[in-house]
Design a binder for this molecule. Structure first.
Ligand code: UTP
Length: 498
């Protein structure tokens, strides 16, 4: 490919009203000039005016509320009449284990986010999360894979782990794994690939910002970018070579996430109402105002999707049924299973043989987020650190792929067992901070230990009077902990990795 010339780039930018990207061109050395031109040439310039018009300068209308209804779901208590009613958990667990044991399952973690709310320097997966051990989030998830491999896989069968980074944190992430000896996993079974980026736009004008004199400001293109990145990176081709059929999708921010859950995998692949394309986990909302998206059915008999909390009409958010339960109670746990074939299809492939050839990428809708983005002031050339939102980032969300499924199922999981995401730095009133995450880890370990017959000291308020961490390599679920008949003494104030 020939290098882009200044004249051709200038002309292209003029035609879309984005010439400001060349403001400092004459002040750059030859290397930086070439980088800037190549960078601009790699953007999909013709799409930009439409994106600016549709998402930056206008705020898309909120959701059509009258069309939403709660989804039927497989209740966490499989004997319950809630949701779609009782179901045979043991059967689907056995089917899921068969898939894992046959090498048909891969773990996939999206870890390309910027973690701006947490304010942690570096990839979020490096954040210390173990309530007692302080092991990083990446280590918590790696431990699940090791435990699942040990529990479900015959000798020689592996659970490969694909990790989506972004161009902004890819090198740091790879280095972190190297330094930590891949957290006990075989390095040949851990694959990294970066997601795509989108330009960051000035909130008032729609002009693309500069992050440096020679660099347009960009942001990762959202976890929905994983659909395309899985394909163009060759991850899907690698999965097909290994015989992987289903992808267990999790986020990096939740140390309790069941990275590999045989029950969920079995339901996804074999439930009669699942097309085995993409499935979702829900957790019951903690309270009406919790800032979590909800899984809902879009229109009568329509597809399942996720409505962001900010798009949910207040009347629906607060609606309760006759027994006082929230009607829209299906909090999105951000855990999915996707089939390899579905990801190929979303990328314009037939889902047949081949693999590796990148399609055009799924047409996932963009979502607009107003953020503070540091940038270069065009008049002075100085860096500006904004104190209020000055930019619009455009992201795609993986759950929008649900609309492209033929039919998809929702499985309920219990918050205390599986849901302790770290999103925000500790602050009063925040329920998804490092502190609350540690409290949930302790609460889970305490509840499981008590069911296994261990006495856990509790305060007068009922909370455990200790800090506990129960890694998956000890027990992936309460049943396996009970089977171990743990014998231990926990004294008040203890800090224990069980
Ligand atoms: P969040 O929506 O919580 O975003 O990501 P974030 O970037 O981590 O944090 P904030 O909003 O800046 O505070 C949920 C999951 O999706 C991944 C994140 O790494 C996290 O695992 N993600 C998000 C990506 O992989 N890429 C993205 O572009 C955005």
């Amino acid at each position: 490919m020939s290098s882009p010339t200044l004249a051709s780039i200038r002309q292209s930018l003029a035609s879309i009203d984005q010439e400001q990207l060349l403001t400092f061109f004459d002040r750059l050395d030859a290397g930086k000039q070439a980088r800037l031109l190549a960078n601009i040439a790699s953007m999909n310039l013709s799409a930009i005016p439409g994106l600016v018009r549709e998402y930056v300068l206008t705020k898309p209308a909120a959701h059509g509320d009258s069309e939403l209804s709660p989804p039927a779901y497989y209740p966490a208590d499989c004997t319950s009449t809630a949701g779609r009613g009782a179901w045979d958990r043991a059967h689907f667990r056995a089917k899921g284990i068969e898939l894992i044991a046959a090498g048909h399952i891969a773990a996939f973690t999206v870890a390309g986010g910027q973690g701006s709310r947490l304010g942690f320097e570096g990839p979020k997966g490096c954040y210390p999360a173990g309530a007692v051990s302080n092991i990083p989030l990446f280590a918590c998830l790696a431990d699940w894979i090791i435990a699942a491999q040990r529990a479900f896989c015959p000798a020689g069968v592996r659970i490969p782990w694909y990790i989506m980074t972004s161009p902004l944190n890819d090198a740091q992430t790879r280095e972190f794994f190297k330094q930590n000896a891949y957290f006990g996993l075989d390095r040949h079974d851990v694959m990294f690939f970066p997601q795509g980026v989108m330009p960051s736009f000035d909130i008032a004008t729609g002009k693309i910002l500069l992050s440096d004199l020679h660099e347009p400001a960009v942001n990762p293109d959202g976890h929905g970018g994983s659909i395309r990145a899985l394909m163009v990176s060759g991850a899907i081709a690698d999965m097909k070579r290994r015989g992987v059929r289903h992808i267990s999708y999790t986020q990096i921010d939740n140390p309790l996430v069941r990275v590999i859950d045989p029950v969920f995998l079995g339901l996804h692949a074999f439930a009669p109402d699942s097309s085995a394309q993409m499935s979702s986990k829900m957790v019951a909302k903690a309270h009406a105002g919790e800032k979590v998206g909800v899984l809902a059915r879009m229109g009568a008999g329509g597809k399942i999707g996720v409505v962001e909390y900010s798009d949910m009409p207040r009347a629906l958010t607060e609606a309760v049924d006759a027994s006082g339960r929230l009607v829209f109670n299906a909090g999105n746990a951000a855990v999915h299973v996707l089939s390899v074939e579905f990801v190929e299809r979303l990328n314009g492939g037939g889902g047949g043989g081949g693999g590796g050839a990148a399609g055009q990428g799924a047409s996932m809708p963009y979502h607009r987020a107003e953020k503070k983005v540091p940038h270069i002031d065009l008049a002075s050339g100085q860096r500006v650190e904004p104190t209020s939102n000055n930019a619009v980032k455009l992201e795609t969300f993986v759950f929008d792929a649900l609309a492209m499924c033929e039919s998809s199922i929702v499985m309920e999981s219990l918050r205390v067992d599986e849901f302790a995401p770290i999103k925000n730095a500790t602050a009063p009133g925040v329920s998804d901070s490092p502190q609350t995450c540690r409290e949930i880890q302790t609460a889970r370990a305490a509840a499981w230990l008590e069911r296994a017959g261990v006495r856990v000291p509790r305060k007068a308020t009922g909370e455990p009077d200790c800090v506990l961490e129960l890694p998956p390599s000890t027990a992936m679920d309460v049943e396996s902990l009970i089977a171990q008949r743990p014998a231990m003494d926990i004294v008040a104030g203890a800090k224990i990795v069980v």
